[in-house]
Ligand binder design. Structure first.
Ligand SMILES: Cc1ncc(C[n+]2csc(CCOP(=O)(O)OP(=O)(O)O)c2C)c(N)n1
Length: 514
């Protein structure tokens, strides 16, 4: 067994069964080891930004460590923007990054760079493995690091000569480190604040927003009349007519301030107090009113689900007090395309148990709310504001959940960053229906320019916010990568195309010109 086989065996022993990758020469012994290991499915992305976001989507949907294999510093660097989003999502993610053979590094061959330096800002744990005798322990430590603190990025750098050297043995997986819990004092204070009768919001993140966490949150909300809210950049939210409604803080600063104004108390569950995405010369970035009481029930590295469970117990809430949330399903809309109409079309056609991946930006601001009355689904959003996540995030979600339909909503500007994901969708036969909102603009940037109070953009600035001339032909782009595609010019056409997409055995794409 060589170092590469040792590493791959260590992955298998830890339950890792998928590797999202774009490899190169320095990773060939790892590729050869993966070639001989049928328990790991290798998924090729044609750009590393696809690879890291696909791993993020996989981890969000499985709550298990997602694995990437990347080529040296440049390969990792290409994946960093979406690694930034994954870090902000607090997902467990292991990057394996190849390195030149140790004796070759001083030769300063063309692909040489400071890989640890590239990795560090977006990794919680970084190590270069030094020998075939350490590679298994290092791999297992990296996996353990990825699973700790509520989900972290671990980057293990593997020199080619460590990978090809014979020797070493597979170590035992490290014991699971239990999640951190909030102190009883904080739980009791939260219960006392909720009993005060003041208008309260539970601002939740992580596993408070789905599964058992959301069940406890719903129980607390219906017993105390607290509102359940989520930051604009959330990782995963379970939605649907039979789920407690969680309201999202709007993106535009003034709308976020107005939204939060009604709450005399804000309780933080696995997150910190929210601020505007950007500062401005004229208005402050705080979103929560200065006279509100802010109480942290669970800090970001603590387990939000366990915190809500403890809170429900402290409030003496039993299962019987679970409310029913049933909403009527809406009828499909028809007529010309409008933004509210788009939202209704998505909500009316969404299949049960779907996963919605959303980077629809300014065109899709009403869709999450409309989905309230759709069948149960999961919603994945952009957590770090680094655009170009939706298409590859959908790839990872579809690989993680092959029995579920994935709806990928992307604005045209954001979609162009990682459109290579379409090829992976086709290659892997993933059941993803992608909708591109083709407004031929960076619309949000026009609004941001206006909101900064620096006057009207001149022609050169306006040119930077338009992405027409030439118009992108998404139908041809998709077909060129093996994804059947068409254009919807009305809500009726969109409803039909969505229904056809959900019935398809592979990916489809719908361009909606706006
Ligand atoms: C990686 C990255 N590059 C650039 C930006 C800056 N940026 C924010 S929004 C945006 C344009 C979004 O346009 P589009 O996705 O078409 O959505 P629209 O605003 O038109 O709805 C850009 C370039 C960013 N957030 N992330």
């Amino acid at each position: 067994m060589n170092g590469a086989e040792n590493l791959v065996n260590s992955l298998v022993h830890s339950g890792i069964d998928v590797c999202f990758t774009n490899p190169g020469t320095s990773e060939m012994h790892l590729v050869a080891a993966l070639d001989r290991e049928p328990k790991i499915r290798c998924v090729l992305g044609l750009f590393e930004g696809v690879v890291t976001a696909a791993a993020d989507g996989y981890a969000r949907m499985t709550d298990r460590t997602a694995c990437t294999l990347l080529h040296l510093g440049p390969g990792l660097a290409n994946g960093l923007a979406n690694l930034h989003n994954a870090k902000r999502a607090s997902v467990p993610l292991l990057n394996i990054v190849g390195q030149h053979a140790t004796f070759h590094i001083p030769n300063d061959a063309p692909l040489t760079s400071d890989i640890e330096g590239v990795a560090r800002p977006w990794s919680d744990w970084v190590r270069t493995t030094r020998s075939v005798h350490e590679i298994s322990c290092d791999t297992l430590e990296a996996i353990a690091a990825s699973k700790s603190e509520g989900g972290q990025i671990a980057t293990l750098i593997v020199p080619a000569d460590v990978a090809w050297t014979e020797g070493g043995a597979v170590a035992h997986p490290l014991p699971h480190v239990p999640e951190r819990l909030p102190s009883q004092e904080r739980v009791e204070k939260a219960a006392a604040l909720l009993r005060s009768g003041k208008r309260t919001a539970l601002l939740m993140a992580g596993n408070a927003l789905y599964g058992t966490g959301l069940v406890y949150a719903g129980r607390v909300a219906s017993a105390t009349n607290a509102a359940l809210i989520a930051p604009y950049p959330f990782a995963r939210l379970e939605r649907g007519a039979d789920k407690p409604d969680v309201l999202r803080i709007p993106y535009p600063r003034e709308q976020a301030v107005a939204f939060l104004e009604e709450f005399a108390q804000v309780m933080l569950v696995g997150t910190t107090a929210p601020f505007a995405y950007f500062a401005s010369p004229t208005v402050g970035p705080a979103l929560i009113p200065p006279d509100s009481t802010v109480h942290t029930l669970a800090f970001p590295k603590e387990d939000p689900q366990k915190a809500l469970e403890a809170l429900a117990q402290c409030l003496d809430l039993r299962e019987a007090s679970t409310a029913s949330y049933t909403q009527p399903y809406p009828p499909p809309p028809s007529g010309p395309i409008t933004l509210p109409g788009l939202a209704s079309a998505v909500a009316a056609t969404l299949p049960a148990n779907a996963i919605v991946v959303d980077e629809s930006m300014t065109s899709g601001r009403g869709i999450l709310a409309a989905g309230r009355s759709a069948p149960t689904h999961d919603w994945l959003a952009n957590t770090g504001g680094s655009i170009g996540i939706a298409l590859p995030l959908a790839v990872g979600a579809a690989v993680a959940c092959p029995d579920r339909r994935v709806l990928c909503l992307s604005a045209d500007g954001s979609g162009m960053y990682t459109l290579q994901a379409l090829w992976t969708m086709a290659r892997e036969g993933l059941k993803i229906t992608t909708v591109i909102f083709a407004n031929r603009a960076y619309s949000v940037l026009k609004r941001e320019f206006g909101a900064l109070g620096i006057g009207e953009p001149g022609p050169r600035a306006r040119d930077l916010f338009e992405i027409g001339r030439p118009d992108l032909d998404w139908v041809s782009l998709a077909k060129g990568m093996g994804v059947p595609a068409n254009r919807a010019h009305s809500l009726d056409e969109l409803v039909n195309a969505l229904s056809r997409g959900y019935a398809s055995e592979g990916p489809t794409l719908i361009e909606v010109p706006l």
